[in-house]
Design a protein around this ligand. Structure first.
Ligand SMILES: Cc1cc2nc3c(=O)[nH]c(=O)nc-3n(C[C@H](O)[C@H](O)[C@H](O)COP(=O)(O)OP(=O)(O)OC[C@H]3O[C@@H](n4cnc5c(N)ncnc54)[C@H](O)[C@@H]3O)c2cc1C
Length: 507
């Protein structure tokens, strides 16, 4: 579903009028932008031509952060954004009850310092993800509620042999991840060995008890929205290593946990408030409805052509996911290594389904709304209710094989499948939400999947160095280029900060 075209901004947010097309698109560009919105091509004659030190492509957290830092350093900047909104993989979806829910990036946690600092600077507060009560394990057709404050934390109660095996596997993964240099995983001593196998191959050799394998399969789809067979083992170790900051090496636990983990906090008013407020500080430097089609070098400059707007700039920052960056035409051609890299970093497959209820009724049953399941279109859920619990929201991830299975299904079909799962997990009351919101990233024109690009065997060792290496005056940003919290909002912000420094050093 192309949400970016369908959804107005939630009523209680700074209205898009504050970032309105009138403000953001001057004169001819506005006409062209409107034409693009209506699905018609803007005529080249109507295109506005602007000039800047730097043109940034993509108004997600990465592009906006880069623009903020470049502007702070006194440079002129224009941000070209394809959608009619900012935020990219971070989007607030309005609810019929006047509330808001999040269709993309949502949670933050410890060591995600840069997104937290950005939100603080913009006055966007956080609150704790609801985590009181028991988790649910649904396995082999049986439902088990379990406490998460025991010795095992949130590890589901599987058999003792499986738990022992899982503990060893987890410790091994964390140990191996410590051997990964996050800025160049392809240089790890065993990079070649690890990049020759999938996570599935490694798990089959190490998670030998089926219940332990089940735990890592679920962890894998929850973290990457990809199946273990899709991922290079080196990539998985890098992702674990990157789940930390400069002083805390990443751990698997930090990726999977709610308390003390990546799912610990949420943003008051919804995560998209962060890019919306950030874009507001940039004013008419941000141009919406401007999908970039070509980046051409001309003399010592770059001519970046978007629908409705052409920008001439000394430097270009491309802050879009790698496979989406590959859809832009480059003149001259990019080096083969860079192009082949982007051919090999597909987006994973993800959707989010949020069912809204009058109350978070599961809380009265002693449940925290978090499920781990071995079946269903949704096998992982969270309580996404607002901080005042004025209504209930159950959010479920639709991931990997399940997401692909439902890509072509109607919204009604997905809704029926999701509510069947929610009813299995939370009882009959879950069958009748007051409203239902679905966000399918695989079908979004300017993202085509999520939450992140993934690497199969052979990609990092053969092409990794091209991830961040600038090509002439073209510099690469986006969460996929971050050495910490790659794949997360924090990684996006870090990449924007890094690329701004990189560009300032050569401007
Ligand atoms: C379902 C889902 C759940 C997630 N959950 C979390 C979470 O809980 N916590 C967390 O930290 N992260 C989460 N993430 C990941 C997080 O949202 C991303 O890592 C982050 O938002 C990426 O930001 P970015 O700026 O790098 O890229 P993007 O947000 O993808 O921004 C790229 C921008 O470029 C634009 N664009 C694309 N092509 C063009 C073009 N040709 N011309 C102009 N503009 C273009 C896009 O429209 C977009 O606005 C989740 C993501 C998804 C999809």
């Amino acid at each position: 579903m192309a949400r970016e075209r369908q959804l107005p901004q939630p009523a209680q947010l700074p209205r898009p009028s504050r970032l309105s097309r009138r403000t953001l698109l001057g004169g001819a560009a506005a006409t062209a932008g409107a034409a693009a919105l209506a699905g018609t091509a803007a005529s080249p004659a109507a295109a506005a031509t602007r000039e800047a030190d730097v043109v940034v492509i993509g108004a997600g957290l990465a592009g906006l952060t880069a623009a903020r830092d470049l502007v702070a350093a006194g440079k002129s900047v224009i941000v070209l954004e394809a959608r009619d909104r900012v935020g990219g993989r971070v989007v607030n979806l309005p609810l019929a009850n006047g509330g808001v829910t999040e269709g993309g990036g949502e949670f933050i946690g410890p060591t995600q310092d840069r997104i937290k600092a950005l939100a603080d600077s913009l006055g966007v507060g956080t609150f704790a993800t609801y985590n009181t009560g028991k988790n649910l394990l649904y396995k082999d057709g049986k439902k088990t509620a379990y406490a998460t404050d025991g010795l095992l934390g949130s590890v589901p109660p599987i058999d003792a042999a499986g738990l022992a095996n899982a503990a060893i596997v987890q410790a091994t993964l964390d140990d191996l991840a410590k051997q990964i240099p996050v800025d160049a995983p392809w240089t790890a001593a065993k990079a070649d060995e690890w990049d020759r196998q999938t996570f599935e191959t490694w798990l089959r050799a190490n998670a030998v008890i089926p219940s332990a394998k089940f735990l890592f399969d679920v962890a894998c789809t929850s973290i990457f929205s990809a199946e273990p067979r899709e991922l290079s083992f080196l990539f998985v170790l890098f992702y674990i290593a990157a789940a930390g900051n400069e002083t805390n090496v990443g751990t698997l636990e930090r990726l999977t946990e709610t308390a003390n983990g990546a799912q610990e906090l949420r943003f008051v008013g919804g995560s998209q408030l962060v890019p919306i407020k950030l874009a507001a500080t940039l004013g008419d430097r941000v141009v919406l409805n401007a999908p970039v089609r070509t980046i051409a070098k001309s003399g010592g400059k770059y001519v970046v052509t978007a629908d409705g707007t052409t920008v001439t700039a000394k430097k270009v920052v491309v802050a879009v996911p790698p496979p989406i960056a590959a859809r832009i035409t480059y003149d001259p051609l990019l080096p083969a290594s860079r192009d082949q890299l982007t051919q090999r970093l597909p987006m994973a497959s993800v959707g989010k389904a949020i069912a809204i209820y009058d109350t978070p009724f599961w809380r009265a049953d002693g449940l925290n709304g978090q499920v781990v399941s071995d079946t269903g279109v949704v096998s992982s859920t969270f309580d996404n209710s607002p901080p005042d619990a004025s209504y209930g929201a159950l959010m479920g991830f639709i991931e990997a094989d399940e997401a692909r299975k439902y890509d072509g299904a109607s919204e009604a079909e997905v809704k029926a499948a999701v509510l069947k799962d929610y009813t299995t997990y939370f009882g009959a009351k879950a069958a009748s939400p007051t409203s239902f919101v679905l966000q399918r990233w695989n079908n979004e024109t300017y993202t085509r999947g999520g939450p992140v690009s993934i690497a199969a065997p052979g990609v990092l060792t053969q092409y990794g160095p091209s991830l961040r290496t600038p090509v002439g005056g073209i510099h690469w940003a986006g969460t996929e280029t971050s050495v910490h919290w790659m794949g997360f909002m924090d990684g996006a912000v870090r990449s924007g900060e890094r690329v701004a420094k990189e560009v300032l050093a050569v401007l």
